[in-house]
Structure formats: structure tokens, C-alpha cells
Design a binder for this molecule. Structure first.
Ligand code: TMP
Length: 237
């Protein structure tokens, strides 16, 4: 089914298929941080991220969020709709952490009084700089209507996942989304939703259960990914 490789990113490979409208995503265990400056591997990450992403995409589809998900093919491979990625990282934050805490002098853990959306322009050579609505419209990255759809979906995804994860003992601190466009212009959720792209804290202890363990050399990285997997996809769930 897999044909030529179309793209290799830091955490995934994307392959063409016989159907020009579909491609296959293959999740790797490779991990990077700080725009590729820090490199490593998180054993089993590809499986966790593939299966968790697909689980979240199925749930979100039912909630009325269109996604690129088609079918899980194996523990690391998924068939998805081929999209043109909109070059934006859409970050939603409920609790101050990471770059927001640093930039605004907020203590990590400070609860924001409402969700915050930030956009970064996806360009590795520039280090994914933050942009606002005006930049996005003036650079024709998205139209006003598309941006409205993207922000609306992002807030809805936040509300749904925040409640869902809390039921599994996980606080959704913040996360990053990417959207793509189908040939007919429909905007769909693409990329992944995983401990690589979200901050997940244990709801009792605030222990970090995500890639910050790798970024910050906290140890227990594999264990954290497995713990999120167990809480969400383990037996009895
Ligand atoms: P930040 O606090 O470092 O800006 O990260 C915000 C959220 O976005 C956090 O959940 C991690 C996620 N993220 C990515 O998925 N990819 C990235 O390249 C970066 C910098 C952050």
C-alpha cells in the first residue's frame, strides 16, 4: 500500500498510496526539542502517539470536528486524507507553562481565567515565530473565514478534551494543533494530539506526563507516555 515517501518530519514519515487523496503516516520513536537542537529517542513513543491520536480524532469527529483520520493500519501506521497543511501551529492554553510562563512572567501552574489561543508560523528556519491574526491575513496564510473556523474548532477541541482527560486523571495544560485543507477547501484537523504536542499533568500530583520530561531531562520519559496510554486506552477504558 505504501508508495514513495513524501515527507520525513522530526517524529513522523508520510508516504503516498495508490490513491492520490490518501497517505500513510508512520510514527517514529525519534524525539527532538528546541527546534531540533536536542535529539533523542523515546522507546515506544510512536505506538503511543499513533494510537492516542487516532483515539482522540475518532472522538472529535463524533463531536463535529472534521479530521484527516481514515483508518488505523498498524500500531505505528495510519491512513489519513491527504491535505495541504496550513502553516500554523495553533496553541491553546488553559494553564500557564513553558514559553507563555516565561514570556509573561507567570508562574508555571497559574490558571488562566479563560483559554488563550496563540499562533506560530510554521517555519523551522525562522524557529516558528509567533504571529497574530493580522500577520496571518496580511501574509495570506489563511483567510478570515478559515481563521474563524480554525479558532472555533480549536476552542471546541479544548473544551471537549479538557473534560475527557480530567475523567482520566489528566489536566490538559496546553496543546498544539495543526489544520489542513482538503482539495475542496474544507478545513480538517490534521497532524497529531499526543504527549509530544500537549502538556498533560496528573490531576492529583501535577506530575508531568508529557514531552516536558524529555525537554527538561526529568527522567521517566517512557513511563510517562505509557502511563497516559494506560489511563486512556488501557483495559477497562
Ligand atoms: P510552548 O510553551 O513551548 O510554547 O509549548 C506550547 C504547547 O505546544 C505545548 O503543549 C507543547 C506544544 N509544542 C509542540 O507541539 N511543538 C513545538 O514545536 C512546541 C515549541 C510546542
Amino acid at each position: 500500500m505504501k508508495k514513495e515517501m513524501l515527507y520525513e518530519g522530526k517524529a513522523k514519515k508520510v508516504f503516498a498510496t495508490e490513491d492520490p487523496n490518501l497517505c500513510i503516516v508512520d510514527y517514529k520513536d525519534d524525539a527532538t526539542a528546541f527546534n531540533g537542537l536536542k535529539k533523542g529517542s523515546i522507546v515506544g513513543k510512536g505506538v503511543v502517539n499513533n494510537r492516542l491520536t487516532n483515539h482522540f480524532m475518532r472522538l472529535l469527529d463524533k463531536e463535529g470536528i472534521p479530521t484527516h483520520f481514515v483508518e488505523e493500519l498498524s500500531e505505528r501506521e495510519t491512513l489519513v486524507k491527504r491535505v495541504t497543511i496550513i502553516p500554523l501551529e495553533v496553541i491553546v492554553r488553559n494553564i500557564a507553562a513553558g514559553s507563555l510562563a516565561k514570556r509573561l512572567g507567570l508562574e508555571e501552574g497559574h490558571v488562566m481565567s479563560r483559554p488563550v489561543i496563540e499562533y506560530c508560523y510554521k517555519d523551522d528556519s525562522l524557529g516558528d515565530p509567533m504571529v497574530n491574526d493580522y500577520h496571518i491575513l496580511a501574509m495570506n496564510i489563511a483567510t478570515a473565514e478559515e481563521l474563524n473556523t480554525i479558532s472555533g474548532y480549536s476552542l471546541k477541541i479544548n473544551e471537549y478534551l479538557r473534560d475527557y482527560l480530567l475523567k482520566h486523571g489528566i489536566v490538559l495544560v496546553d496543546f498544539k494543533l495543526e489544520f489542513g485543507k482538503l482539495p475542496d477547501g474544507t478545513i480538517v484537523l490534521a497532524d497529531e494530539i499526543s504527549p509530544d504536542t500537549c502538556r498533560f499533568w496528573d490531576s492529583e500530583s501535577n506530575e508531568k506526563l508529557d514531552k516536558d520530561r524529555f525537554r527538561r531531562d526529568l527522567g521517566g520519559v517512557e513511563e510517562a507516555y505509557q502511563e497516559v496510554y494506560r489511563r486512556i486506552l488501557g483495559e477497562g477504558n
